[in-house]
Design a protein around this ligand. Structure first.
Ligand SMILES: *[C@@H]1O[C@H](CO)[C@@H](O)[C@H](O)[C@H]1NC(C)=O
Ligand SMILES: *[C@@H]1O[C@H](CO)[C@@H](O)[C@H](O)[C@H]1NC(C)=O
Length: 158
């Protein structure tokens, strides 16, 4: 019988809680996501067998991954938005972990020696606008999952 009286204050508490919750959680959440980005980049590096000009030489150091060669991040969230390692002679496979770079807008790996297939996880990159993987030694089919890349404007595979 006191419920109707209680309800407004309960809702107020709930409301203010839901207002502050994102503020409390966001730094931790984005830190976790940053770790996923970092792990994805390290996996990318792991899948490279030969790096003739040592472009990945500054990767995996204690330096912020946003400053690694070929990587750019969004300013506020420090998420990887751009990965460009064009003409670097990299040899290896493409890691499925690329699909975890959920803020990626540009992936440019033109003129390298990546082989194997295009991981279907690439379809998770729903912010991806540019995918340039021409002049590599990739084989197999374009994964159907690519339809998940809703923002894709340029797809260069030749
Ligand atoms: C990638 O970097 C090269 C220079 O290293 C540049 O010519 C090319 O336009 C860049 N690609 C994209 C998609 O930004
Ligand atoms: C990233 O992707 C891989 C392979 O797709 C997966 O196994 C892994 O759990 C993912 N998440 C993180 C946080 O690394």
């Amino acid at each position: 019988m006191e419920l109707p009286l209680l309800l407004p204050s309960f809702m107020l508490i709930l409301f203010s809680f839901s207002m502050t919750l994102p503020l409390i959680c966001e730094p931790h959440l984005s830190l976790l996501n940053n770790l996923a980005d970092r792990r994805a980049l390290l996996s990318f590096e792991d899948h490279v067998s030969i790096d003739p000009s040592n472009v990945l030489g500054d990767w995996s150091t204690n330096m912020n991954f946003c400053k690694w060669t070929g990587v750019s991040c969004s300013k506020h969230m420090q998420r990887v938005t751009y990965l460009n390692l064009t003409n670097t002679g990299l040899q290896g496979k493409l890691t499925p972990h690329l699909g975890n770079l959920s803020y990626l807008q540009v992936l440019a790996l033109r003129n390298n020696r990546f082989h194997g297939s295009i991981p279907h996880e690439i379809g998770s990159l729903y912010r991806l606008q540019v995918l340039v993987i021409s002049l590599n030694e990739l084989e197999g089919e374009i994964p159907a999952s690519i339809s998940g890349c809703k923002k894709l404007q340029r797809l260069i595979l030749s």
